[in-house]
Design a protein around this ligand. Sequence first.
Ligand SMILES: NC(=O)c1ccc[n+]([C@@H]2O[C@H](COP(=O)([O-])OP(=O)(O)OC[C@H]3O[C@@H](n4cnc5c(N)ncnc54)[C@H](OP(=O)(O)O)[C@@H]3O)[C@@H](O)[C@H]2O)c1
Length: 365
Amino acid sequence: MPQDRTELDHQKWMHRCIQLADLGKEWVAPNPMVGAVLVHDGGVLSEGWHHTFGSTHAEVECLRGWPGEIPTGAVLYVNLEPCAHHGKTPPCADLLIERGVKSVVVGLQDPFAAVAGKGIARLRAAGVDVRVGVLEAECRWAQRRFLTSVEVERPYIILKWARTADGFLDQQPRISRTVQRISTPATDTLVHRWRSAEQAILVGSRTVVNDDPSLTVRLVAGRQPLRVVLDREGITPAASHVYDAQGPTLLFTGLQRNDISADQFRIETDTDPITCILEELHRRSIRSLLVEGGAELHTHFLRSGRWDEVRVITGSGKFDRGTPAPQMDGTAAMRRTSDTDLIELFVNPMSPITKDLQIDPEWHL
Ligand SMILES: NC(=O)c1ccc[n+]([C@@H]2O[C@H](COP(=O)([O-])OP(=O)(O)OC[C@H]3O[C@@H](n4cnc5c(N)ncnc54)[C@H](OP(=O)(O)O)[C@@H]3O)[C@@H](O)[C@H]2O)c1
């Protein structure tokens, strides 16, 4: 059905809000990503976005950019419901009312209990015209980390691995304790961007033993996520990079380690380690987790059904012998190339978050 001009305009400006919100991706968590645009007569008066955790909200920044009177007919677009509570900053809904904004278009109602429709209700009670649900599916995709945390009470889970063209994660037998390169330098840079967009990175004990990865963000400017290691038996050497001072580390262990300075969380032998990790990360307000392998750890996540996205990088080289990469059922929702590597994105059709999500067709990795 053809859409009218107003609806297309709403979508255009909501799309702009999502683009602005995305600028904060690496810095705002555990806050949601929000962008706002003030529009009048088809032109932008002002824009704003949430830059870092605890900083000025997008709507406030947007209105600060237009200190004059709000013209009649101006519309404020925002991808997430304006807040109605005193958090680190005063309620945005009150500011919109005070500044005389008469029309607001919201992408998504905020599921966070302190807001959850109260911002919209407060605006309407003050006579503001509020439209909710423009590009709602796209807004949910952009906000998937925050939504998973609030709605499912666990971090958003991305499993990521690189495999050779003949399907191996590594080459065996090992000759040195170092990461074996599968992807190109361009893809490595991309992976560092992925890392800085998530709040935690998890690896298995044998990956630390065999590869000694650093799990740091080095190739791009960005926030260093919490490094997380699962090693109940204490097989990872104390001199491993993951226990160095380049970033914080949390070790899930069955026994207290006195030879490392990393934060430690005790796992009882009768507990499922994945449940334990997800509960503890959620308790720490960690909204997203990038699992970087190896094969066994990925397989446990896949079998448990607790994953939202899988990103598979396929390089052009071959190893002939090694640890086989996990097999994905179904077709990739998205395929991209990065130099000579293929990157595929799978979304979990059973995940309460990704099953109804609409992936941004412009997904830029
Ligand atoms: N190409 C890539 O992208 C990539 C990435 C990472 C690693 N690798 C390669 O993968 C190899 C290591 O892989 P791997 O499969 O041998 O070992 P791994 O996955 O690194 O280590 C096995 C992990 O499985 C965990 N585990 C055991 N039982 C579990 C359960 N019931 N639920 C959840 N987790 C459980 C273990 O925990 P406990 O130790 O506590 O038992 C351990 O952390 C390395 O040689 C490395 O080169 C490749």
